[in-house]
Design a protein around this ligand. Structure first.
Ligand code: GDP
Ligand code: IMO
Ligand code: MG
Length: 422
């Protein structure tokens, strides 16, 4: 069978976790293919809220196997915290959670280096989640990294000491920061012991065998395409390939196995951390989006920057990912807006364009707005797409038209059931 992909089309936090959880019961396996605990995927079931950072969002669906793929960077400390919260919620994951031996480990000094590097950048900081993501991927590509499978080797302690020494040498390049290294190391080794109880697999074989056996796989992206290391707003990006190409390298799946690419976008746009955001609203409308949409980071609690939907940006990420359908989330957040704006083009360098310029971080971009009438009505209690107000459906149809891509579903609340197929 084939692999379907869910990924974010903006700067992250599009509501991927909710959609993965909703769709997961149509699949046999849900697999994370990149990123690490910089992600915060929120799921609301029966009034309870869960936030997952490393564990795939299929974990709440009984009987479904969840795999942390080789492309992920895993911090034993955050992972154990997540496992504890699943234990507390009574979720039985032991036989359903598998970890790739080739996933890379985040060690405490990765987090130290992340924080020290950001501190050294001052105003120019990326706004990293400080989870050690950049340094861990640097060690991976620099061929110094520690992998999950190394936990099982007899000389794991020695391997750890080698990488730690290297990091302490690098740390001298940066300003000193507060960090309880010995406390973090004690916790790290305690959590590594807990991790040993999980099932580690050669996930590329496991996944391809599952495909051969006719199983259905859902690949769950983290972050968003505008944070992709190659195509995002570099250097204000994360350190992995967040686009659909990352599924192949992050799980060991061949490109011809990928079927649907489901792109998730909010009905407006947000970004957390530094970097360009052409449609950002630094006024009371932006404030209103933030408060109505509860736009505060699921991982760091930071306020998210808010703005209107950006069509050139979405056309770019639809193109990069080969998106076959779009799901629009948080439509309900627009319920009380008299007027909604959408940027249809950019103006820069004396011309109008839909192309994301290479210089996006350095030049001024003026969005060209299209104004759309709001519906001024609560969407609460409307359980079918055709029950939505005409103006809400007109907004979705207009977006579909602008993106030339099918919008297959609309989300109208954080709860699992608030998802309306069209
Ligand atoms: P992810 O990182 O893409 O999984 O998204 P996050 O969990 O970081 O952020 C999405 C936030 O929006 C979470 O608090 C969700 O509970 C919430 N959410 C998801 N879909 C909807 C929706 O349709 N309406 C509203 N109001 N909230 C939503
Ligand atoms: P989910 O999966 C939103 C942002 C950070 C920062 C930049 C680099 O929940 O959508 P990093 O920690 O990777 O060094 O940070 O990327 N960022 C996210 N923003 N959602 C996320 O994940 C993010 N993961 C990283 O804020 O600007
Ligand atoms: Mg998130």
């Amino acid at each position: 069978m084939a692999v379907d992909v869910i990924l974010g089309l903006q700067w992250g936090d599009e509501g991927k976790g909710k959609i993965v959880d909703y769709l997961a019961d149509k699949y046999d396996l849900v697999c994370r293919f990149q990123g690490g605990p910089n992600a915060g995927h929120t799921i609301k079931i029966a009034g309870k809220k869960y936030v997952l950072h490393t564990i795939p969002s299929g974990v709440f669906r009984p009987g479904i196997i969840n795999i942390i793929g080789n492309g992920v960077v895993l911090d034993p400390i955050t992972m154990v915290r997540e496992l504890k919260s699943l234990d507390e919620a009574g979720i039985d994951y032991q036989s359903r959670l598998l970890v790739s031996k080739k996933a890379h480990l985040i060690v405490p000094t990765h987090r130290y280096l992340d924080a020290a590097s950001e501190a050294s950048k001052g105003e120019g900081k990326i706004g990293s989640t400080l989870k050690g993501i950049g340094p861990a991927y640097m060690d991976k590509t620099g061929r110094n990294g520690l992998r999950v499978g190394d936990i099982l080797s007899a000389d794991f302690d020695q391997k750890y000491r080698t990488i730690r020494q290297k990091h302490l040498g690098l740390a001298r390049l940066y300003p000193e920061i507060e960090f309880d290294l010995s406390g973090e190391e004690t916790r790290f080794f305690e959590c590594v012991e807990v991790l040993r109880k999980l099932t580690f697999v050669n996930s590329e074989y496991y996944i391809n065998d599952a495909l051969t056996a006719g199983k259905k796989i859902l690949a769950e992206g983290a972050q968003g395409s505008m944070l992709d290391i190659d195509f995002g707003t570099y250097p204000f990006v994360t350190s992995s390939n967040t686009i659909s190409a990352g599924v192949c390298s992050g799980l060991g799946i061949a490109p011809n196995k990928i079927r649907e690419v489901i792109g998730i976008a909010k009905a407006y746009c947000t970004r957390v951390g530094s970097g360009p955001f052409p449609t950002e609203l630094e006024d009371s409308t932006g404030e209103k989006l933030r408060s109505v949409g509860s736009e505060f980071g699921a991982t760091t609690g930071r306020p998210r920057r808010c703005g209107w939907l950006d069509v050139p940006q979405l056309l770019y990420t639809v193109m990069l990912n080969g998106v076959t359908q779009v799901i629009i989330t948080k439509l309900d957040v627009l319920d009380t807006f008299e007027e909604i704006n959408v940027a249809t083009h950019y103006r820069y360098g004396g011309t109008e364009s839909r192309e994301i310029p290479f210089e996006i971080t350095d030049i001024a971009i003026d969005p060209v707005w299209e104004k759309i009438e709001g519906w001024n009505q609560s969407l609460d209690g409307l359980h079918e797409y055709h029950h939505l107000p005409d103006k809400a459906r007109a907004y979705i149809s207009r977006l579909e038209n602008l993106l030339s891509t099918r919008i297959s579903m609309v989300s109208t609340g954080p709860e699992r059931e608030k998802l309306l197929p069209r």
